[in-house]
Design a protein around this ligand. Structure first.
Ligand SMILES: [Zn+2]
Length: 346
């Protein structure tokens, strides 16, 4: 699974100007106005109430008032109710965030308390909103809106990578993960993310270059796809890897220090991936594991490597080698990214 090649310091120096460029760019704040379209109501625009850690939050009451029905805010209990015909929804800034007809809405994204009401994120409007309202919503970002940047890395390429024949004929890891990366990029873009691929063809790229591409582009999340093969016939299911927390005594310009300050965020990202993949895949969950990795250690944003399954086990073949399987995995990664960005900041 690993693109393990020792990193040489001179190579790092080569990329340093690019890393510095990424730092100087800064990370623009995401989100402001969102245009919302839904059947039966006039399109309307929501302005962000606040933007924090570049996540935009919108006034939940102002949003619900755009739809037919009755909205009631109770400042005492901190609950916002919405009644429409026979259905009744309650929002609160603690779990369960959403009750629908008295029952917690599964997988509702967090709601938070704002000045004089409750706030919901764009991810909430996209994912939880349609379920809550029982209607399709289309959210269109304002043209000038900066998007969240995600780098999707398809492992291997060229000569490297494993193989397996559980699905019938022999399949190569490098091909499986590239297809998966392309599908994931498409789904992420469809959900409003800006996406960069480290490779979109069959060529080998050094680990440090993959990391430098992500860092130069100012990635805010990084995911690398791999699959186990015949070399790990005992492997079953999926596994998420993160780099060990870097040694604090490392000089800041050393490549191993890429994860400095990111260790907790990478674990949060890995946990989100594990949770959504666990829901999307009917297979074994091998958990989140720390692994020394020249790739992950050099990436300067929350970074995880997912071994999505094993090509040598028939139980994983469908998920890895069919378009439906890839779509399920891609949707899980989108859901994890949305969860990651909409979680309340610590
Ligand atoms: Zn691999």
């Amino acid at each position: 699974m690993s693109d393990s090649r020792p990193l040489l310091r001179p190579r790092v120096l080569l990329w340093l100007p690019l890393l510095l460029a990424a730092v100087c760019w800064g990370v623009p704040a995401a989100g402001a106005a969102l245009r919302v379209e839904a059947r039966g109501v006039e399109p309307f625009v929501l302005e962000a109430a606040i933007t924090e850690n570049s996540t935009a939050w919108y006034d939940a009451e102002g949003w619900l008032r755009q739809f037919p029905g009755e909205v009631t805010w109770d400042a005492g209990s901190g609950r916002l109710s919405y009644r429409d015909g026979g259905s009744w929804v309650v929002l609160a800034a603690h779990e369960p965030y959403v009750l629908r007809n008295g029952l917690p809405l599964p997988d509702a994204l967090p709601v938070r308390r704002g000045e004089g009401g409750l706030l919901v994120s764009e991810a909430f409007l996209r994912r939880t909103g349609p379920v809550l309202l029982g209607r399709d919503l289309r959210l269109v970002a304002a043209a000038d809106r900066e998007r969240r940047r995600v780098v999707v890395d398809a492992g291997h390429g060229g000569e490297s990578g494993s193989r397996g024949d559980a699905g019938g004929g022999t399949v190569l890891e490098k091909d499986v993960v590239l297809e998966l990366a392309l599908t994931t990029a498409e789904e992420l873009r469809r959900s409003g993310f800006a996406v960069h691929l480290t490779r979109s063809g069959d060529h080998s790229i050094a680990a440090e270059k993959r990391a430098a591409v992500a860092n130069y582009w100012g990635a805010e999340l990084f995911v690398s796809f791999h699959a186990a093969g015949q070399e790990r016939p005992q492997a079953r299911g999926f596994e998420v890897f993160v780099a060990p927390a870097p040694d604090p005594s490392l000089a800041a310009d050393r490549w191993q220090a890429g994860q400095a300050g990111q260790a907790a965020a990478s674990r949060r990202w890995a946990a989100a991936l594990r949770a959504t993949l666990g829901s999307a895949l009917v297979t074994f969950d091998r958990g989140v594991v720390e692994i020394p990795s020249p790739l992950l250690e050099a990436v300067a944003c929350p970074a995880a490597l997912v071994e999505v399954g094993t090509l040598a086990w028939p139980g994983d073949a469908e998920a890895l080698t069919t378009p439906q399987g890839r779509k399920r995995i891609a949707a899980a990664v989108v859901a994890a990214a949305e969860q990651y960005f909409s979680a309340p900041s610590e």
